[in-house]
Write a protein that binds this ligand. Structure first.
Ligand code: SF4
Length: 266
């Protein structure tokens, strides 16, 4: 599928929940949020139906996000349902790694290809501070389990905040080089202000070659992360919603006053 700017749209990012087991300072308020009601959250069957229609329209790459996708009950079943869709060539997941050790082997068996893991520092105290209580050892054990399970290549997503030091970046670089992880730096973004930049070590944020759509946990197909537009699959049907989103995809991002990072999955 090509959009109006001749960009090939072949990538769908799916937020499967707004819930998370962390409270990262740049993402979620300390007290959490009013979770989306269960009845509003797409079922696995609805998500799989969207993937089938997306594949029929030329999308072959799918990534599961959140919130934290591994807190969605039955997530391994969803991975199996999506990986069974003929035409899904690349199925990935972005996770904070807190429970990855527990799930890695089953996710790989279910058909997950690879993982991106969020890790902003190697300092345990700093990690606990940034995530409001997260345990960095869980992430490190999760990375080992993902490696053993063959969820490769492993990419590390490090969000750069104004407090991120050069030492932190160098330590992460050395850690990734030693373990053959691909390191990506994501400058802290703001949906409301419309401030974003290209991911260092990745393609995200490069509007000129943008190839992605997003599906929110409540069924909106979003043409752009930094835009208010969304086309709901429950109202329009999956194929229609996807085609309308591609038709309305902007040349570049502006602002998003409708979503938050925890319910659109970045
Ligand atoms: S801001 Fe929108 S158009 Fe630009 S890269 Fe992100 S999703 Fe694509």
């Amino acid at each position: 599928m090509l959009d109006r700017y001749n960009r090939r749209i072949n990538y769908l990012r799916i937020s499967v929940t707004d819930r998370c087991n962390l409270r990262c300072r740049y993402c979620m308020p300390a007290d959490g949020i009013d979770w989306i009601k269960h009845s509003q959250i797409l079922s696995f069957e609805e998500i799989t139906e969207v993937v089938k229609e997306a594949v029929a329209l030329g999308i072959g790459k799918v990534r599961l996000t959140g919130g934290e996708p591994l807190v969605r009950k039955g997530i391994v079943n969803l991975v199996k349902m999506i990986s069974d869709v003929k035409g899904v060539k690349d199925l990935g997941m972005t996770t904070n790694g807190q429970v990855l050790e527990e799930y890695a082997a089953d996710l790989a068996k279910a058909g997950l290809n690879r993982v991106n893991v969020s890790l902003d520092t190697l300092d345990a105290a700093r990690y606990a501070h940034l995530s409001r209580g997260g345990n960095i050892n869980n992430v490190l054990k999760g990375l080992e389990a993902a490696c053993e399970a063959g969820l490769l290549p492993i990419k590390i997503n490090c969000v750069l905040t104004p407090e991120t030091t050069e030492t932190t970046k160098l330590e992460l670089r050395a850690f990734c080089d030693d373990n053959n992880y691909k390191l990506r730096f994501i400058r802290q973004m703001s949906l409301e202000d419309g401030s974003f930049s290209q991911v260092e070590g990745g393609e995200g944020g490069n509007c000129r070659i943008c190839n992605r759509l997003r599906l929110t946990a409540t069924g909106d197909i979003k043409p752009c992360l930094f835009g208010d537009d969304g086309f709901n699959i429950r109202e329009l049907g999956a194929a229609n919603a996807i085609q309308m989103a591609v038709g309305m995809k902007p040349e570049s991002g502006e602002k998003n006053n409708v979503n938050q990072f925890y319910n659109i999955g970045g």
